[in-house]
Design a protein around this ligand. Structure first.
Ligand code: ATP
Ligand code: FE2
Length: 316
């Protein structure tokens, strides 16, 4: 069985094809880019509509299959930007009608978790999902995802990007910030853990003040922002693992590219006899293969559900 997955929640339009064993046959993406910071949704929709057929053909070509070999079409129903979701949904619907396939709407966040789980052949991990928008600690218990902790304000990636803009780094700021941090030393910033939740906006405000007052170098600020935010998440994740008895930790989302973050989580896991896992870069970002795989897992319970822009992972 082969499943074709369509991703379109934000700036990326992607089509991936996977088998029912989780083997990825192809995974083609085309992302909207612009010189100006941020995305203009109407322009992203034009982008998605323009590239859709080309991305589809490349995905079929790379997988060496045609429509006869595709059993289902899965698409990202949400969460995401409303116009982008509709663009993806309309393509999914158009292709489903044209090629007589069944539609399966899936949750984008759950897809990030599932592809990491199958890639690493995990049993039942504790998930740490840290992207631009999302920062959540998630476990799967009693047939449901449960969010044990999350950011109370902005996602860590967005916070790093905002801070990067303030100190003059390009977008996204994460990679450059990581480089600068290598030559920094630690200065204290607010450390904001509230129960199992975290908050990043106070750290951003304080770091901005210190930068504007020219009290610290960019390097020291980058290092301190990283150390503080990563330590907060490591602390909360450790508590989640202690509470649930999980022996596997899986980090997904773009901030997972950060080597220092992975190092801290790896040390924490080793100290408690657990194992740390992540996903390779081509599966870390938004793409269609993860949607296809999540579609396979949900094929008996989901269908044409149109779009759900605010669909939380614990509402599945
Ligand atoms: P989602 O829809 O799943 O929330 P997203 O588009 O918001 O996805 P991702 O593509 O998963 O986010 O991740 C992008 C974020 O990762 C950006 O905020 C970027 O700055 C951050 N990032 C990328 N590389 C690094 C790095 N080396 N260190 C820290 N952050 C990084
Ligand atoms: Fe994503």
């Amino acid at each position: 069985m082969n499943i074709l997955g369509i991703e379109s929640t934000a700036h990326t339009f992607g089509v991936g094809i996977v088998t029912d064993t989780g083997k990825i046959l192809s995974n083609v993406t085309d992302s909207y880019t612009s010189d100006a910071a941020g995305m203009i949704p109407d322009k992203v929709v034009v982008h998605h509509n323009t590239v859709a057929e080309k991305v589809l053909l490349n995905a079929l070509d790379n997988a060496k299959v045609d429509w006869n070999d595709v059993d289902f079409i899965a698409y990202s129903a949400g969460p995401g930007l409303d116009p982008c979701l509709w663009a993806g949904y309309h393509k999914a619907k158009e292709w489903a009608q044209k090629y007589r396939k069944t539609l399966i709407g899936v949750n984008h966040c759950a897809a990030h978790l599932s592809i990491g789980k199958v890639y690493n052949a995990l049993q039942n991990p504790c998930y740490l999902y840290v992207s631009g928008v999302n920062t959540q600690i998630i476990v799967f218990e009693d047939g449901k995802y449960r969010v044990l902790g999350e950011t109370l304000d902005i996602g860590l990636g967005n916070m790093l990007d905002k801070f990067g803009r303030i100190i003059g780094l390009g977008f996204p700021a994460g990679p450059e910030l990581e480089k600068l941090a290598k030559n920094g030393t630690y200065v204290e910033l607010p450390y904001v853990v509230k129960g199992m939740d975290v908050s990043f906006s106070g750290i951003l405000t304080r770091a901005q003040q210190l930068f504007e007052q020219k009290k610290m170098t960019k390097e020291d600020l980058c290092f301190s922002v990283q150390e503080t935010c990563f330590a907060m998440l490591t602390e909360v994740v450790e508590r989640a693992m202690a509470h649930t008895g999980k022996k596997e930790l899986l980090l997904v989302g773009g901030v997972g590219a950060n080597k220092r973050f992975c190092e801290m989580l790896n040390i924490m896991c080793k100290e408690r006899g657990a194992t740390f896992y992540k996903v390779p870069m081509d599966l870390a970002g938004d793409q269609g293969a993860m949607i296809a795989w999540e579609g396979f897992l949900r094929k008996d319970e989901s269908g044409d559900i149109e779009v759900r822009p605010h669909w939380r992972v614990d509402d599945i």
